[in-house]
Design a protein around this ligand. Structure first.
Ligand SMILES: *Cc1c(COP(=O)(O)O)cnc(C)c1O
Length: 430
């Protein structure tokens, strides 16, 4: 059958089939580190990358391979590499592109941990990042120089509900002959498929909505498969002979799978940030219901954001799903099904009211996570952003009066009742 399956079918089936050995319908957890070679010639062919197969689970594992194909399919890419966390995925996305002295032009509104990784840690590899406002297309163009190897942004930037105009950014990347990397964690492929807007690579923290139940950390890098890695000479890891594989040239040999093969055969082999089969199992279970969950997440978030906007204790709500948001127009263009379920709001009572509010919530959990079925809350100024000055906090959309929520899939009425009683306690002084 040549039918093009829909998203709901693919999230259940893509990449998997009944287990050929046992007929097991659910994808088995292949809890093994190694795989028996048929004979010495088979082993040699695998090690030379002349034949694709399983050698050792630091590189590939059948359970993880199903997840890789599922995520690549849902994102509309040619291949995907899974790894141990979202932060690992970011390194694995950059690793084939970068050399010492090269840099990334990145949005200044990224997940806090990514700002940290790009500001300090990647410098130890000799890489660097230039942060610019991705609402300002000319600023992105101006920041690109001969050492730039990629542009990096998020579809829906955390925490302030900012939507990136991916089509416009992709045009800048294309003009400059550079790949555009998009972190699609907050949107998921159900709300937005960045490759359809011109992204080259899509990265995920599968820890969040893709798994959806707060059980395991994981990451993925998806390649669109159409970028020409040999055109400019700026990506020698992919276009030039690789000494570790007898001078094999990845792009020439593997064509549109070059990036994915390099990510596994060199990235995972030497950096070792592998996803284990148990984690892949939990994420596969989660992905089966991705669209159902995202629909409910968005429905609840839109309802709660609108309710908060009317509440007398609330100064403002930053959520691109609200018609009052300056990003509402971009939401309609980039992720028309919804702006996700992560947003911030500010309390008129300031820092102290925020602390009282978080402590008074009963159904919402106070945690440093997002994208769980459970509703979560955090006061960034007293937790994740407490090291920053007040000016830096405000610039990051995390001023002293700002609360961040990740709306779960519970009954909206129950969540509103919890918010209402906590807002009442937050307002009461003394
Ligand atoms: C959580 C998150 C990350 C980091 O992912 P981990 O799985 O925690 O390493 C990166 N980007 C975004 C947008 C995230 O929400």
């Amino acid at each position: 059958m040549t039918r093009q399956y829909g998203f709901d079918t693919l999230q259940v089936h893509a990449g998997s089939q009944p287990d050929p050995a046992t007929g097991a319908r659910q994808t088995p957890i292949y809890q093994t580190t190694a795989y028996v070679f048929r004979d010495a010639d088979h082993a040699a062919a695998l090690f030379n990358l002349q034949e694709v197969g399983f050698i050792y689970s630091r590189l590939t594992n059948p359970t993880v391979a199903v997840l890789q194909e599922r995520i690549a399919t849902l994102e509309g890419g040619i291949g995907a590499v899974c790894c141990s966390s979202g932060h690992a995925a970011q390194i694995l996305a950059l690793f084939p592109l970068m050399q010492p002295g090269t840099s990334v032009v990145a949005s200044n509104r990224l997940y806090g941990g990514t700002i940290q990784q790009f500001t300090n840690t990647i410098r130890k590899f000799g890489w660097s990042a230039k942060f610019v406002d991705f609402d300002d297309i000319d600023a992105i163009r101006a920041a690109i120089d001969e050492n730039t190897r990629a542009l990096f942004c998020e579809t829906i930037a955390n925490p302030g509900g900012v939507i990136t105009d991916l089509d416009a950014v992709a045009r800048v990347a294309e003009e400059a002959g550079l790949p555009l990397i998009v972190d699609n964690t907050s949107a998921t492929p159900w709300l937005c498929r960045p490759i359809e807007h011109g992204a080259t690579l899509v990265v995920h923290s599968t820890t969040k909505y893709m798994t959806g139940n707060g059980t395991v950390t994981g990451g993925a890098v998806v390649d669109c498969g159409t970028f020409d890695w040999s055109a400019s000479g700026r990506f020698p890891s992919l276009s030039e002979p690789e000494p570790a594989y007898h001078g094999l040239k990845f792009h020439e040999t593997f064509g549109n799978l070059a990036f994915t093969f390099y990510g596994i055969a060199v990235g995972l082999r030497d950096l070792g940030m592998t996803m284990n089969p148990q984690a892949a199992h939990y994420t596969l279970l989660g992905i089966e219901t991705l669209s159902l969950r995202m629909k409910k997440h968005v429905e609840n978030a839109e309802r709660i954001a609108a309710w908060l906007e009317e509440h007398p204790a609330v100064r403002e709500v930053s959520y691109a799903g609200l018609p009052s948001s300056p990003y509402y127009g971009l939401k309609e263009k980039i992720c028309p099904k919804g702006a996700g379920a992560l947003f911030t709001f500010a309390l008129k009572g300031g820092y102290d009211a925020c602390v009282r509010f978080v402590d008074a919530l009963e159904l919402f959990s106070h945690v440093a996570n997002l994208g769980d079925t459970r509703s979560l809350v955090i006061h960034p100024a007293s937790t994740t952003h407490r090291q920053l000055t007040e000016a830096q906090q405000i610039a990051a959309g995390a001023g002293p009066d700002v609360i961040r929520v990740s709306i779960g899939i519970e009954d909206a009425e129950d969540l509103i009742a919890d918010l209402e009683q906590a807002l009442e306690k937050a307002m009461a002084t003394g």
